[in-house]
Design a protein around this ligand. Structure first.
Ligand SMILES: [Ca+2]
Ligand SMILES: [Ca+2]
Length: 294
């Protein structure tokens, strides 16, 4: 039996089994492990986690069962128990996965792959990173304080936090969607041109010191509006998903919040939020004890 080491963040499901045509359902997994929790220490809430299970290369007749109920080739189930620590989550997740079975009425032999994928409110699968929305309890926060505060955070499983870096339209949409009441004002992101006017770089995270590879400035921005100590060198995302440069304190547009991002820093544990198990559909087993002469 293979034992998983606790040296990653996420879930692992193993299985590499034979299923014989015409036989009864078999569990998809032979080993399950999880190193995740849904309890958010910042908010005290249990974050919603759900799991999507899909036969990626299903043939007609293939289907999954959960607690002996036909779920078709793909289904999503919430894992939203009151889970307060990693041990709880591991137990619930293991119990859930062990109740999932593969069955088929197909007679087509070959290999099927079943993907198990965890969807976490703060997790974005395109970057494989976590994101946390931080509201400074209604108090103005300076960009430079958001930068250092984000880097001191570690609520997402010990991954190192940083002020969010945005590299694509998809990441921009994900970040925007976790902002509460986005139309109420701006939210700090990790870009600045404070060292060289007009040269916008990421100031935090794995892309630190890199010139922005993708931007979403609002029309006419960045405009470095303002005067000497109020010059605009710090980026924010606004209520229409576009960016604006503002002074460190936000100027007249007081800013109360930022997004911290986690993942991809040197020394971070790898993030593994999906696993694929294999099922080999084999010919029907001949009754034991009967021998055929050629
Ligand atoms: Ca990023
Ligand atoms: Ca501006």
């Amino acid at each position: 039996m293979h034992l998983f080491a606790q040296n990653y963040v996420g879930i692992k499901v193993e299985g590499n089994q034979n299923y014989c045509v015409g036989s009864s359902a078999i569990p998809i997994a032979t080993n399950v492990d999880a190193n995740l929790e849904t309890y958010n220490k910042e908010t005290g809430d249990n974050d919603l986690v759900n799991v999507t299970i899909a036969i990626e290369d299903a043939l007609p007749g293939d289907f999954l069962l959960f607690e002996s109920t036909d779920k078709g080739v793909s289904f999503t189930q919430d894992i939203h128990y009151k889970v307060n620590d990693k041990a709880d989550f591991k137990a619930k997740f293991t119990d859930f996965i062990q109740k999932i079975e593969f069955n088929s009425t197909s007679t087509i032999l070959g290999t099927r792959h079943v993907k198990v994928k965890v969807n976490h409110k703060n997790y974005f699968d395109k970057t494989n990173h976590f994101y946390t929305y931080v509201d400074n309890d209604g108090w103005r926060i300076y960009w430079s304080n958001a930068l250092s505060e984000a880097e001191s955070r570690s609520e997402n499983y010990g991954l190192l936090g940083y002020l969010v870096t945005i590299g694509s339209l998809q990441e921009n949409d994900f970040v925007f969607n976790i902002i509460e009441d986005p139309s109420s004002g701006g939210t700090w992101i990790g870009a600045s041109d404070k060292d060289e006017e007009g040269k916008w770089i990421w100031m935090s995270g794995p892309e630190k010191s890199n010139v922005l590879s993708w931007t979403n400035w609002a029309p006419g921005e960045p405009n470095n509006q303002g005067w000497f100590w109020m010059q605009e060198h710090y980026a924010s995302i606004g209520g229409d998903k576009t960016w604006n440069d503002l002074p460190d304190g936000g100027g007249f547009k007081r800013i109360y919040r930022y997004i911290a991002e986690y993942g991809g820093m040197p020394g971070d544990l790898p993030v593994v939020m999906q696993s694929t198990v294999t099922i080999h559909v084999l010919p029907k087993v001949q009754p034991q004890g009967i021998y055929f002469n050629e």
